[in-house]
Write a protein that binds this ligand. Structure first.
Ligand SMILES: [Zn+2]
Length: 353
């Protein structure tokens, strides 16, 4: 067969594959490059162009999330700078500080800050695990997310049609000793962050108290649009996570930094879970770039995470579970499910992307 003959056959083959998949009713699985994807959970603490250039070259849009951790005003400045460089490559989720919780003016000041952020384009508001794990009231008790003082703030978010994005609680591993943790990445994280390793702080709220507070908050706000970060800290049980999604139709979850936790479950059970809850899951990584880091190294890590996880969701090939030697077979999700998880769910749960 001549080279020219081979070339002529390729389009015919593509045509037959398309006809066959149309007859079978299944869309062909898109390529990594061809599908416009959204990473629904990234952080930027720097002024350079590289991070979002990488997103552009991998056909990703980004949701950049601001966190009430340290330098909140500075993070908003980084966002403004990124807007000037990449006006259409990302949208952002704002946040608000709780360090003046015990002062009378906290609520008014918070509503003013949120109003300002919405005017400058924020599509949602992030609440972080410092609520539930650090913040205390005047009596020294932990302040949880179902505290009534949060209600006017949550009502304000709802009234403006914005999404509440909650990283509340932690993976269940956080309450376990190192040798009983399920995930290698959790073990690594708590070794370097003993302040958040709840097993070492038995006087802090329990795992059940954290999840219970979120559920009570959701009961009070049935019309709020809520995205639970890190699969709403229910990564250890697909059954429990499914029950939570069934109970609260107004919530979705992002997969940020918990794909390796999900990979520890039975592959068929995970696949069925993704099929059943295909409208409620948002692809996300939680990767970050900060000043002082080597942008090229961070972009390489971002690219490799994106391509490796795409392989896990879109093919049945073996992929390595992050931070381990273990391999797991890819989920080979159908095209329409991939498109939801990588794109349309983020648009639906974060209007304005
Ligand atoms: Zn994050």
């Amino acid at each position: 067969m001549s080279f020219a003959g081979k070339q002529a056959r390729a389009p015919i083959l593509v045509f037959f594959v398309l006809v066959l998949s149309a007859v079978m009713g299944a869309e062909p699985v898109p390529g990594f490059q061809s599908l416009e994807k959204i990473d629904a959970h990234l952080h930027v603490r720097y002024n350079g162009p590289e991070f979002l250039n990488q997103a552009a070259s991998d056909n990703f849009k980004a949701v950049l999330i601001v966190v009430d951790h340290g330098d909140l005003p500075q993070q908003l400045k980084f966002i403004e700078r990124q807007k000037a460089i990449h006006p259409n490559r990302f949208r952002f989720v704002t946040s608000f500080p709780v360090d003046r919780w015990n002062e009378a003016g906290w609520e008014q000041e918070t509503l003013r800050l949120l109003d300002e952020s919405f005017r400058s384009g924020a599509i949602g508001v992030k609440i972080w695990k410092n609520v539930g794990m650090e913040l205390r009231d005047k009596e020294g008790r932990f302040v949880m997310i179902d505290n009534p003082r949060f209600d006017p703030v949550i009502n304000f978010i709802e009234k403006h049609g914005k999404t509440l994005t909650g990283h509340l609680g932690e993976p269940r591993d956080c309450w376990l000793p190192f040798d009983q943790m399920a995930s290698e990445s959790n073990r690594r994280y708590y070794r370097s962050h003993p302040e958040y390793h709840m097993y070492q702080h038995p006087d802090f709220p329990s795992y059940e108290a954290q999840i219970g507070a979120v559920e009570r908050m959701l009961e009070k706000h049935p019309k709020l649009r809520y995205v639970g970060c890190h699969v709403a800290s229910v990564e250890w049980s697909l059954e429990k996570l499914g029950q939570m999604l069934d109970r609260f139709p107004n919530i979705a979850v992002d997969l940020a930094a918990r794909i390796d936790d999900l990979q520890l479950h039975d592959r068929e059970a995970v696949r069925q879970f993704f099929m059943k809850y295909q409208d409620r899951l948002l692809y996300a990584t939680d990767l970050e770039i900060a000043e002082g880091q080597n942008p090229q190294a961070v972009c390489d890590r971002l690219h490799s995470r994106w391509t490796e996880e795409w392989k896990y969701f879109s093919t049945d090939q073996p992929v390595t579970i992050q931070g381990t030697e273990k391999k797991v077979q890819g989920l080979a999700l159908p095209a329409e499910v991939l498109k939801k998880i990588y794109q349309t769910n983020a648009r639906k749960w974060y209007p304005g992307i």
